[in-house]
Design a protein around this ligand. Structure first.
Ligand SMILES: [Zn+2]
Length: 236
């Protein structure tokens, strides 16, 4: 499909999903940002991996880092369209590493430290880290949202999981869960933080869906809708 056709095709879908979820969010303005001392929320979008670290790789060679970035860029574009403040931990496939980071391991460490620094130096940050899952067997599938320790993380994760299940994958039975403390970025982030595993690259159906523009856009739309609901205090 040509780029123009693709754009023509996916914008109406984006508008429909966002209007449905966004309308709900805007009805309930208030609450969460009424504390005058609190910084206004900033959506920090973290496309997992990148640069020397491709993340998980599907059987057909599809790299997790590329899918993460594509969903993240769509989310960023939609959020800006709504006038929201965003920060991306990376916005391209390449990463500038410090000159003394020689090995891939050293590059990954430097990159993770830089991302944590950016997140923790962003007032009002709400972190949304985007990843894809992989398992040795083909059967496991589905979307799962994980949360960090800071206030609001579990609330945002449960809301996001619920919206993703309802809007994207009604058959999904996975539930939001605390993140493994070994996930450095999530462990060190001081802010409200969730990590979304959008699907399994090892599952043929998940992989086929994740390779389409429409599915990536739908994921981005529901992630944004969930963030809007969260910052406007719709959750009781
Ligand atoms: Zn990952």
């Amino acid at each position: 499909m040509s780029k123009q056709n693709r754009i023509r095709w996916w914008w109406p879908l984006a508008a429909a999903v966002l209007l449905a979820i966004g309308a709900l969010a805007w009805q309930h303005k208030a609450a969460r940002t009424t504390d005058a001392a609190a910084a206004p929320p900033v959506l920090v979008i973290d496309p997992g991996h990148g640069g020397a670290d491709g993340g998980a790789v599907a059987a057909d060679g599809t790299q997790e880092s590329d899918i993460n970035l594509d969903i993240a860029l769509r989310l960023d574009a939609l959020a800006r369209f709504w006038g929201l403040d965003t920060v991306m931990t990376r916005s391209g496939t390449d990463i500038d590493y410090p000159s003394d980071a020689g090995s891939i391991a050293a590059k990954k460490v430097a990159d993770q430290h830089a991302r944590v620094g950016l997140i923790n130096n962003t007032p009002g940050a709400v972190l949304l880290s985007i990843h894809q899952n992989k398992y040795p067997a083909a059967a496991p599938h589905g979307i799962q949202v994980f949360y960090g320790r800071a206030a609001g993380s579990d609330e945002l994760a449960k809301l996001t999981q619920s919206n993703l299940t309802a809007q994207v994958s009604p058959e999904n039975r996975r539930v939001a869960a605390p993140i493994d403390q070994r996930v450095y970025l999530m462990d060190k982030a001081n802010c409200t933080a969730v990590l979304v595993e959008c699907g399994f690259l090892s599952n043929p159906d998940d992989l086929a869906r994740l390779q389409t523009d429409a599915y990536r856009l739908k994921l981005a739309s529901v992630l944004l809708g969930s963030y809007l609901q969260y910052i406007r205090g719709t959750v009781t």
